[in-house]
Design a protein around this ligand. Sequence first.
Ligand code: ADP
Ligand code: MG
Length: 236
Amino acid sequence: REEEDLDSLNKRVAELDPKSSTPPENFVDLPLSTPTQDGLSASHFKTLTTIQSRTIPLAIQGLDILGAAKTGSGKTLAFLVPVLENLYRKRWTEYDGLGALILSPTRELAIQIFEVLRKVGRNHTFSAGLVIGGKSLQEERERLGRMNILVATPGRMLQHMDQTADLDIGNLQILVLDEADRIMDMGFKQTIDALVDHLPAERQTLLFSATQTKKVSDLARLSLKEPEFVSVHEAA
Ligand code: ADP
Ligand code: MG
């Protein structure tokens, strides 16, 4: 029964035309798992924002994305929905280790992302953790090994990768860089380079920013493979 559901979901995703001239309006129009659909509707998300309707269809098909849209346009769900869906369709379980890493420039933004993930992802069985410092490395480390999805600040995550010998990131499927412009403005370029060096090359990368700058395209060049560029401008 469940097998059948996953097969039909996979089929609907494969048949999706992400460049369709009629982009999806409502989340229920998208081929999303029941746990995600239920989490979205329980959180009162019904209609997609523009950046969501332009990126989610591409991202759930596994493509790399470089997405730009101003603050407040709904970029968080544009990456959280694909993270949940892509791990779900890979039948990710607690035994598969870290499947997705979401990097955010500041602790406050990381906490906000984590809260949306907890709300929208509440019907999934994934474990999720925050890695933003404030606790001892040892304390964070003990929980890290059991997590499927981590929301982290770059500096703290790199510290773990350098110092936590048994941190297994070899299975990572999805890397998200949120607020890539701010990550660059805050001087995290080298940290991101070092982090990306630790990650499997065979993975999906979703990069989002509020602005399109040269710095963001430099970061994109290093971390994305033939990305789909999605830029949402305000109507003039
Ligand atoms: P950004 O990261 O682009 O600045 P957020 O993801 O933080 O934007 O979303 C901004 C606000 O819009 C949040 O309050 C969020 O709950 C709300 N929001 C996001 N997507 C939707 C949606 N599809 N429907 C209604 N509200 C949404
Ligand atoms: Mg944001």
